[in-house]
Ligand binder design. Structure first.
Ligand code: HEC
Length: 127
């Protein structure tokens, strides 16, 4: 029994590293995607502008619809979402499906690999 309780943390660490590895995207590809698909509406730097959509600095870990200086839709403010890898992927895949009534006009990133790449970029660039 003792052996099992010693081994368990290692097994768990191994499993979660494996999961993170499977999902982790490529930042450089993510940056290109961001420049092509998001930059017209979003900035990522601290105190950056909100040209059409909200500035995304610090977005990961933040409650949806709470960025300063941007007037969000009621749908976004009431969504109850906290942005993390999972909720971002869901929203980016199908914005209007995930947050019905959102005013973000974006068709969606359908490919999981693209979502992962973009989120890898965001995780770094919005920190
Ligand atoms: C045509 C402009 C436009 C494009 C293109 C666009 N967005 Fe948005 N985005 C918005 C608007 C407007 C909102 C606010 C939505 C609301 O209030 O319902 C928003 C909201 C968001 C939010 C929620 C922010 C928060 O603080 O709650 C995230 C995250 C986001 N966009 C990421 C992206 C990413 C990543 C891309 C590129 C794949 C992208 N957006 C493309 C306009 C855009």
């Amino acid at each position: 029994m003792k052996k099992t309780s010693f081994a368990l943390p290692f097994v768990l660490a191994f499993v979660s590293a494996g999961v993170a590895g499977a999902q982790s995207g490529n930042e450089a590809r993510g940056e290109r995607l961001f420049n092509q698909q998001c930059k017209s509406c979003h900035t990522v730097d601290k105190d950056g502008a909100s040209p059409v959509g909200p500035n995304l600095h610090g977005v990961i870990g933040r409650k949806a619809g709470t960025a300063q200086g941007f007037s969000f839709s009621d749908a976004m403010k009431g969504s109850g979402i906290v942005w993390d890898e999972k909720t971002l992927a869901e929203y980016l895949k199908d914005p209007k499906g995930r947050v019905p009534g959102t005013k973000m006009v974006f068709v969606g990133l359908k490919q999981e690999a693209q979502q992962a790449d973009l989120i890898a970029f965001l995780a770094k660039a919005t920190r």
